[in-house]
Design a protein around this ligand. Structure first.
Ligand code: FAD
Ligand code: NAD
Length: 154
C-alpha cells in the first residue's frame, strides 16, 4: 500500500499534540508526538509510539523514564521546535517534575517509568507506568490532516 494513502487516512483521526521529554546524563531532549493513549486504570499505564529513527528511542531506553506533556493551543511553536520544523536552534527552558524535565505551561505533564516496551514494525511502543500528574486549565492544540488546529464548540 502507498505511504501517502496510509498517512492521509491516519491524518483523518484528529489528535492532541504532546512533547515527550527525558534526560540522559544531564542532557535534556524532547520530541513532538501524537501517538499517545491511555492504556490501563489499575495500574495506571499510558502508551507512546516512537519511530526507530527518532533519537528519542535510545534516550528513553537509556533513562528508563519519560514525561508526556500535552500541549495547549498557544504552544504550536513548541510542537514545531521538537518536531524539527524550525530551521534555527531554539533555547527552551524546562521545569522539573518528579525528577523529569517538563514543558512549562503544558495542559498536562505525566511523569512515567518505562513499564514495558514492544518493537512493532518501524516503531517502539513504550508503556509508561504513571508516577505523578500535573494538570492545568486551557484549550488543547489539535492535529488534523497534517495541520495544527484549534477546537471549536460543535
Ligand atoms: P531530534 O530530531 O534530534 O529532535 C527533535 C527536535 O527537537 C530538533 O529540532 C531538536 O533541535 C529539538 N530539541 C530536542 N531537544 C531539545 C532541547 N533540549 N532544547 C531545544 N530543542 C531541542 N514521531 C514519532 O516517532 N512518534 C509520534 O507519535 C510522532 N508524532 C508527531 C506528531 C506531530 C504533530 C509531528 C509534527 C511530528 C510527529 N513525529 C512523531 C515526528 C517527530 O516529532 C520528529 O521526527 C522528530 O524530529 C524526531 O525527533 P528525534 O527524537 O529524532 O530528535
Ligand atoms: P502526516 O500527514 O505525515 O501525518 C498524518 C498522520 O499519519 C499522523 O498523525 C500519524 O498518525 C500518521 N503518520 C505519519 N507519519 C507516520 C510514520 N512515520 N509512522 C506512523 N504513522 C505515521 O503529518 P505531517 O505534518 O506531514 O508530519 C510531519 C512529520 O512528522 C512527518 O515526517 C511524519 O512522518 C512525522 N510524524 C510521525 C508520526 C509517527 O511516527 N507516529 C506521527 C505524526 C507525524
Amino acid at each position: 500500500m502507498d505511504d501517502k494513502l496510509f498517512r492521509a487516512a491516519m491524518g483523518k483521526f484528529t489528535t492532541g499534540v504532546t512533547i515527550i521529554t527525558t534526560e540522559v546524563d544531564g542532557g535534556v531532549r524532547g520530541m513532538t508526538a501524537n501517538a499517545f493513549m491511555s492504556v490501563s486504570m489499575d495500574p495506571k499505564l499510558i502508551l507512546i509510539s516512537v519511530g526507530h529513527k527518532a533519537k528519542m528511542k535510545e534516550q528513553i531506553e537509556a533513562s528508563g523514564q519519560f514525561a508526556v506533556n500535552v500541549l495547549s493551543n498557544d504552544q504550536k511553536e513548541m510542537s514545531m521546535i521538537f518536531a524539527g520544523q524550525k530551521t534555527d536552534k531554539q533555547d527552551v527552558e524546562f521545569n522539573y517534575f518528579e525528577g523529569l524535565p517538563v514543558i512549562d505551561n503544558s495542559l498536562v505533564s505525566i511523569a512515567c517509568d518505562v513499564h514495558n516496551s514492544h518493537d512493532e514494525g518501524d516503531h517502539t511502543l513504550f508503556i509508561g507506568k504513571v508516577k505523578n500528574i500535573e494538570i492545568q486549565d486551557g484549550d488543547p492544540l489539535a492535529f488534523h490532516e497534517g495541520s495544527y488546529k484549534q477546537l471549536q464548540e460543535a
